[in-house]
Design a protein around this ligand. Structure first.
Ligand code: SAH
Ligand code: SF4
Ligand code: F3S
Length: 466
């Protein structure tokens, strides 16, 4: 790094699309650019560098990128008229999937950077500023995470008391509808010691909750502190011992990787929240086979049962795809029946979107769009009802709440229950980061209302100054 770069103060605007992996990567890109003099800005108009961290999972997600580039191009042209050069970089899964095609299709783009190459950004920006078009979508041998710069203490604090930490990346499962194995590459797990160090740094800066993320987070098998391959269960046990960490979560899991150790961890780790996102995609064995999910309806239900046995208050969310090629009304009803049987606290539902290069996109018996839409609405109605029932069940109950941030009203804080429900309570800002006991007094559409139960502990009473 040259002195010239060190002394310049510039601004970067990073916009994330898609999953939590991208949110994490966006933070790490901003952190990696900080030593080159870049401060983050929420306004693209103020930025010298705009990074669009893109998602390729469904057609709509990928299309969004080009409309966003169009919007930023206008800002770039205005900047140029004012004599200021703006660099536009496209990162993430569309960058990985489309590469050079992006600079051909959208002339305003200067840099296309795949998800494994973010550590090279400072050098790529220098080249782009000299007028080069830079495209880098290799899968390099360097460890992506080692090469990225960790966040400053103040930056961690600004980002709040709940943080994501990527522990594994990539996927070897090749579900026939999915682009992830192509855009993120083969499954790679980070070493336990590196993850522990990252979580300790976060905890020292005030983080109280960590969500471990990965496309297949429970396939985690990184080298442990003893050199042996660790499991996600082991990793969670280790992280539960990091001082300051009150809550642990992980996402997204695959049903086939839900091993005994992880199930047991749910039974005996109080810090591990009883809320699991476990995508099933369909309730029809015929569809699951065509999707290459390698699990059946029965094995999925078996996993749910094992988890509930270990931790009876566990709640589940899931992902569903309707209208996969060849899906009949009977197949779809199998999905509805599975939802009825499990009872979800919520779910993401998607109409199947054919993705270039994936096997399912080549199948003949594509489901007509209006049928997909109709099934999507029926499934969404059922899940919305389950979600309402789940939340309504909390009225009058006492729950633990992690106080996260100020609410809209003065004197109000927003916190999260173990099930990620938002609860509004009256409490001073000084209590952000505390886990308090709350009685739920009301149920709104998107939030619950509660009152802190000050009798729950003498310490809480003293802290409230009551
Ligand atoms: N690794 C995770 C998440 C993958 S992407 C998993 O295995 O579950 C998140 C969700 O997007 C998937 O669970 C799936 O429901 C949905 N999805 C992926 N590809 C899709 C496609 N081509 N069309 C519609 N939905 C899709
Ligand atoms: Fe995609 Fe399937 Fe891998 Fe999930 S498990 S990322 S849905 S290929
Ligand atoms: Fe999208 Fe890539 Fe995540 S395709 S869902 S941003 S892994």
């Amino acid at each position: 790094m040259t002195n010239r770069v060190m002394t310049r103060h510039r601004k970067v605007h990073v916009k994330s699309f898609g999953c939590q992996m991208n949110v994490y990567d966006s933070h790490r890109m901003a952190d990696t650019l900080a030593p080159s003099g870049y401060a983050e800005t929420a306004r693209p108009e103020d930025a010298d560098l705009v990074i669009l961290n893109t998602c390729h999972i469904r057609e709509k997600a990928a299309d969004k990128v080009y409309s966003e580039i169009g919007r930023i191009r206008v800002i770039k042209e205005e900047a140029a008229r004012a004599g200021r050069r703006m660099v536009i970089a496209v990162a993430g899964c569309v960058a990985q999937a489309e590469g050079e095609e992006i600079v051909r299709r959208a002339q305003a783009v200067d840099i296309v950077v795949g998800s494994q190459n973010y550590f090279r950004l400072p050098e790529m920006i220098a080249r782009a500023e000299r007028g080069e078009k830079v495209v880098d979508t290799d899968f390099p041998v360097e460890d992506k995470f080692d090469a990225l710069v960790p966040p400053q203490r103040e930056t961690i604090a600004q980002r709040g008391i709940s943080a994501f930490v990527t522990v594994q990346e990539g996927c070897d499962k090749f579900c026939t509808f999915c682009v992830v194995p192509y855009t993120r590459g083969a499954e790679v797990s980070r070493p336990v010691a590196k993850i522990v160090a990252e979580v300790e740094r976060l905890a020292n800066a005030g983080v109280r909750e960590v969500t471990l993320i990965g496309q297949n987070v429970n396939a985690y098998h990184g080298p442990g502190e003893d050199g042996e391959a660790s499991t996600l269960g082991n990793l969670l046990r280790r992280l539960a011992r990091v001082p300051g960490i009150a809550r642990l979560r992980y996402t997204t899991s695959h049903p086939n990787d839900m091993d005994e150790d992880l199930v047991a961890a749910h039974g005996d780790l109080p810090a591990l929240m009883p809320y699991v996102h476990l995508p099933v995609q369909s309730g029809s064995d015929r569809m699951l086979a065509a999707m290459n999910r390698k699990h059946t309806r029965g094995t999925y239900l078996g996993v749910i049962a094992r988890l509930r046995q270990a931790r009876p208050d566990l709640a589940f969310t899931s992902d569903f795809i309707v209208g996969f090629p060849g899906e009949t009304e009977a197949d779809f009803r199998d999905t509805l029946a599975l939802v009825e049987q499990v009872g979800f606290a919520g779910a993401y539902t998607f109409a199947y979107s054919p993705r270039p290069g994936t096997p399912a996109a080549e199948l003949d018996d594509q489901v007509p769009p209006e049928v997909k839409t109709e099934r999507l609405h029926r499934l969404q109605a059922l899940i919305a009802r389950q979600q309402r029932d789940f939340n309504a069940g909390f009225k009058g109950r006492t729950v633990d709440l992690l106080l996260e941030k100020p609410g809209r009203l003065p004197g109000q804080l927003l916190g999260r229950t173990p099930y990620l429900q938002t609860v509004q309570v009256m409490a001073p800002r000084s209590r952000i980061g505390e886990v308090v006991s709350v009685t739920v007094t009301g149920i709104g559409t998107n939030t619950l209302f509660g009152a802190i139960d000050e009798n729950a502990g003498a310490a809480a009473l003293a802290a409230a100054g009551a």
